[in-house]
Design a protein around this ligand. Structure first.
Ligand SMILES: [Zn+2]
Length: 136
């Protein structure tokens, strides 16, 4: 008797990730999101110091919102993540400020996209991902 085939992950099993462009954090963040959310793909929307971009008036904001709309409505993403990280050279502020910005940025995205869960993440000095806030 043959085993039943594994359920196929369709390409719309996705999450959306608003994150820094820093190459050191991409793989840890993508792996963490894929494990925790059972998604196959992670749409990356990046910029230098994303937690700062989301919480201060910024020229990149319109492009970021367009990216989120494409990722959610066309790509059928089911979850949005907001990421800050250790040693961020695009946003060199103390850890406490990063936490405030990750929380404020997550709340802002939740207000703009209320039907999606939004989770704020921190990547620490060991490149480990920690959950900071969950807005379901
Ligand atoms: Zn950074």
């Amino acid at each position: 008797m043959s085993k039943a085939p594994k359920p196929h992950l369709r390409d719309d099993h996705r999450a959306t990730c608003l994150t820094c462009m820093d190459g050191r954090i991409q793989i840890p963040v993508i792996n963490w999101i894929r494990r925790s959310s059972k998604v196959k793909f992670v749409d990356i929307i990046s910029g230098p110091g994303m937690d700062k971009i989301l919480t201060t008036p910024h020229a990149q904001m319109d492009a970021i919102l367009t990216g989120i709309k494409v990722s959610t409505t066309i790509n059928h993403s089911s979850h949005i993540f907001v990421v800050g990280h250790f040693d961020c050279r695009g946003n060199p502020v103390p850890y406490e400020t990063h936490l405030e910005q990750i929380i404020a940025g997550s709340k802002k995205i939740k207000r703009l996209f209320p039907s999606y869960p939004v989770t704020g993440l921190w990547v620490n000095s060991h490149w480990h991902v920690k959950k900071i806030i969950d807005l379901l």
